[in-house]
Design a protein around this ligand. Structure first.
Ligand code: GLU
Length: 304
């Protein structure tokens, strides 16, 4: 049932993505995540941080601003009925907010503005399907990896493309500011890249035939297939994409705090539960939480 409801949400979001609709009031908790907006209610009292620190300031404000995707089920998608944002990344953000004893405020962070949002203070935290890589670790801090995706190629069901080797001369959509700008230049140098702001645009373009394929993380492409079962994944995984939460550069205390929250989720079995709820039930896979460090994630991505 939950799957069907979620699918309905995803389809509606897809349909309304460019209409700018979607703040109709409906009871919260109608989506699969449940219990929204009560992060601190059932938690033990949060540790109080010094007023002068970043975490202390967030506590004084009573709110943490978290940048997530709004059009990427099952990681971050805005439910147009309830106005709530849902998904695996959103759950990670709710856990951080709950542990701090503040409300999460979710804002949309597309691939290309994730780092600027941290640098200019628009967001306190980014949970937006963001791969840890060598270039990015010089610009922002990352939490320990909380998920590992893989790069794939998605095409219409009747396409002859069977994998990355067939992308030469083809129009391939991916997001501006994503790792796939470089991944595709390396692995499909003759593909014609169509770089867009958001993944819902790639979905539209492949559906209406304006591009031949979409390439990005497997879980994002799976979200597209849930919305349109005529699409399919082809070929072997191209890359490994370890996700980390983005934090402003040199915010060590915030980074350690987020790591503590993620470690608790991993150790308690909650991570596995959330994985099943948001990802496993669509992919049929059970997964273990990642145990690699940020440095190991950087090395993993260098080998892509
Ligand atoms: N994980 C990749 C990245 O961080 C692709 C997904 C995205 O663009 O959000 O660039």
């Amino acid at each position: 049932m939950q799957g069907l409801r979620w699918l309905g949400v995803a389809l509606t979001v897809g349909a309304l993505a460019f209409a700018g609709c979607g703040d109709e009031e409906e009871p919260a908790g109608s989506g699969a995540s449940g219990g929204e907006s009560t992060p601190a209610a059932t938690e033990a009292p949060a540790e109080k941080f010094e007023a002068s620190t970043t975490l202390g300031k967030i506590q004084a404000k009573g709110e943490i601003t978290i940048g997530v995707k709004f059009d990427v089920p099952p990681f971050g998608v805005k439910n147009p009925q309830s106005g709530e944002v849902e998904g695996f990344d959103v759950e990670m953000g709710k856990a951080v907010a709950a542990k701090l004893g503040v409300e999460p405020k979710f804002i949309e962070a597309i691939s290309d503005n994730r780092i600027p949002f941290l640098t200019d203070g628009t967001a306190d935290l980014i949970l937006s399907t963001m791969t840890i890589n060598e270039e990015r670790v010089t610009q922002i801090n990352f939490s320990d990896p909380y998920f590992i995706a893989r790069g794939r190629v998605l095409v219409p069901g009747d396409s002859d493309i069977t994998g990355v080797a067939d992308l030469a001369g083809k129009n391939v959509c991916t997001a501006l500011g994503s790792t796939y700008e470089a991944n595709l230049k390396k692995q499909a140098p003759e593909a014609k890249l169509k770089l867009v702001d958001s993944y819902s645009e790639c979905l539209e373009l492949v559906q209406n035939g304006a591009v031949d394929a979409v390439s990005t993380d497997d879980v994002i492409l799976t979200g597209m297939i849930i919305q349109d079962e005529t699409l399919k994944l082809v070929g072997d995984p191209l890359t490994q994409e370890p996700y980390g939460a983005g934090i402003k550069l040199d915010e060590t205390e915030v980074t350690e705090f987020v790591n503590g929250v993620f470690q608790e989720l991993k150790d308690s079995g909650k991570w596995a539960e959330l994985h099943q709820q948001w990802i496993g039930k669509y992919t049929g896979e059970t997964a273990e939480p990642p145990t690699i460090t940020v440095d190991e994630a950087v090395e993993m991505v260098k080998n892509n």
